[in-house]
Design a protein around this ligand. Structure first.
Ligand code: DCP
Ligand code: MG
Length: 410
């Protein structure tokens, strides 16, 4: 039951980052419908569709933070960010329990096929549409095609399709984190490894595991990820991985281009597919899972510098089939390394959600003339960088009330 304070808080806000958006909210039937409209616009892909997708997402975020259930159109009259199209959908759901438009979209061959194809790791809406227009409708069609040239990501995306479509559960994420902590002890002491993304916002499952890694001494984080990846490859634990170097320059914080081109950040990172042995889940979740390694390194392992990143990527001639009696599953894991001086900003960015980030960045820009990214904050008016050692400090700089991680699910 919503309190007067909850209602007042909702009424007071213009941006999603100013209000609490819990995971479990009161209007799922409506937000599920709006998410179909958002996906549909996103799959369609034009500039206008991008704006439409965003509008549906904003409407959905508004309903998610509403402290009560919408039961009549009167409840919707003064809601934030709900346009005519959304209102029509809500009205129909209120009257009939479903929306004809949403049901039509969900059952259309086009939508179902694009949804199937964008589920392939490495395949975005543009590629999915291209394949659809070439007449392909199933994964089998894609596998058999002799005209499509699949990228390495897409070949693995198809090979591990079922695994990667199966949500990663919290226990699996924790096992991977704890295992990685053990592995890093071989390379560097005092490293911290934190699970971010959906799990830190309280979700029980997600599409991947996002690990933010750092060292308390600024600069000492350098080189560790490369060694970690080399070691994991030697142990045959990576089915695929890319290693991206850090490309951040402080000056770029001032450049509007930095904010436009990079919803994603410039940290050193590896977007990988991890081979999770099922036995690992029990082994690495029973130990309690400290989030910090403190033991001293007993002689770090050597790292060969000529490791190719495509060691485990399928060759074009390899089969898509996996062994039937597997003892492992494939899990998408993002490893991200940030220097301590940017940790608060990096954490804020990797906690998300994507919509929360969009909202807080827009708020900083429009309301305060400040540019916020996962690397820092730049005050355009006073022309200075604003350092922060924690997320709390960033909220203070932005004159925002603190929002807990589990209330950033917009
Ligand atoms: N992120 C972002 N913009 C992107 C990608 C990511 O701001 N284009 C940030 C916000 C996300 C976080 O990184 O919350 C992690 O990205 P994920 O795509 O893994 O999103 P989630 O972890 O929130 O969802 P899921 O539970 O499905 O993994
Ligand atoms: Mg995630």
């Amino acid at each position: 039951i919503a309190t007067i304070e909850d209602e007042a808080e909702y009424q007071d806000t213009k941006y999603a980052c100013q209000r609490r958006t819990p995971l479990k909210h009161h209007n799922k039937i409506f937000t599920d419908a709006l998410e179909v409209l958002e996906k549909n616009a996103d799959y369609t892909g034009g500039d206008q569709d991008y704006s439409r997708a965003l509008a549906f997402r904003r409407a959905s975020a508004s309903l998610k933070s509403l402290p009560h259930t919408v039961t009549s159109m009167r409840d919707v009259a003064n809601l934030k960010d709900i346009g005519k199209h959304c209102k029509d959908v809500i009205r129909e759901i209120l009257e009939k329990g479903y929306s004809t438009e949403i049901e039509d979209i969900k059952s259309s061959e086009w939508f179902k096929t694009i949804q199937l194809f964008v589920g392939i790791y490495g395949c975005g809406p543009a590629t999915a549409r291209k394949w659809y227009n070439m007449g392909y409708r199933t994964l089998e069609d894609i596998k058999k095609s002799t005209t499509i040239h699949l990228t390495a990501d897409q070949r693995n995306g198809i090979r591990f399709y079922d695994d990667l479509q199966t949500p990663v559960i919290r226990r699996e994420a924790e096992a991977i984190r704890n295992f990685i902590i053990e592995e890093i002890k071989e390379i560097s002491n005092d490293f911290t490894v934190v699970i971010t993304g959906g799990f830190i916002r309280g979700k029980d499952s997600g599409h991947d595991v996002d690990l933010l890694m750092s060292h308390p001494d600024n600069g000492k984080e350098k080189g560790v990820l490369q060694k970690l990846i080399t070691n994991l490859k030697q142990k045959n634990l990576l089915l695929e991985c890319s290693l991206q170097a850090n490309t951040f320059h402080k000056e770029s914080l001032k450049s509007p281009k930095h904010y436009k081109s990079s919803m994603l950040d410039h940290f050193e990172k590896s977007l990988s597919i991890f081979r999770l042995e099922k036995s690992m889940v029990d082994k690495y979740t029973s130990c309690g899972g400290a989030s910090k390694t403190t033991e001293k390194v007993q002689g770090g392992k050597s790292c060969s510098s000529n490791t190719k990143s495509d060691d485990y990527i399928l060759k074009h001639t390899d089969s898509f089939d996996l062994p039937k009696d597997r003892t492992w599953r494939a899990v998408r894991v993002d490893f991200v390394v940030c220097p301590q001086s940017q940790y608060g900003y990096a954490l804020l960015g990797w906690v998300g959600s994507k919509m929360f980030n969009r909202s807080i960045r827009l708020y900083a820009d429009r309301e305060l003339g400040m540019m916020l990214s996962s690397h820092g904050l730049y005050d355009r008016i006073n022309q200075q960088y604003i350092p922060a050692s924690s997320e709390q400090e960033i909220f203070e700089h932005l004159k925002l009330t603190w929002i807990e991680h589990e209330d950033r699910n917009c």
